[in-house]
Design a protein around this ligand. Structure first.
Ligand code: THU
Length: 138
């Protein structure tokens, strides 16, 4: 299902990511990003990037979606799939901080990158190999 980038199972996530992207607050980069996360309970959470005049305060779409999911009860191990959408030719992978944030909730996670015409499927464990987790100190 989520090992096939063309699977219809991605559609609700893609729809949520594009819808969230419409609300991106990106007046500085002019680069609107949408993300969506699917939980093991079958719930989809969308997120968009939220920029700020104080640049370091900017929040990525993926962590916005993650925050919404956690606020609704997501626990570590509870993520099933992720989507990142942008409207540029080169597909947008999650930044390093977002990869680390996602690893906390799903070590293995299918991550679909998409624009209006292309899709590319990755797995989080390949995007962030040798990741630091709670097991390294506890
Ligand atoms: N951005 C995301 O929202 N997600 C990513 O994975 C990459 C970057 C946002 C942050 C900033 O608002 C804009 O894209 C340019 O870096």
């Amino acid at each position: 299902m989520f090992d096939d980038p063309q699977s219809p199972a991605w559609e609700p996530l893609l729809a949520a990511a594009w819808a969230a992207r419409d609300h991106a607050h990106a007046p500085y980069s002019m680069f609107q990003v949408g993300a969506a996360l699917l939980t093991s309970e079958g719930v989809v959470f969308g997120g968009c990037n939220v920029e700020n005049a104080a640049y370091p305060v900017c929040l990525c779409a993926e962590r916005g979606a993650l925050s919404a999911a956690v606020a609704a009860g997501l626990k570590p191990g509870g993520l099933r799939a992720a989507v990142v959408v942008t409207d540029v030719a080169e597909l947008t992978p999650p930044c390093g901080a977002c990869r680390q944030a996602l690893v906390e909730f799903a070590g293995k996670l299918p991550v679909l990158l998409a624009n209006r015409s292309a899709r590319q499927l990755h797995r989080l464990e390949n995007l962030l190999p040798h990741s630091f987790t709670v097991g390294h100190f506890r």
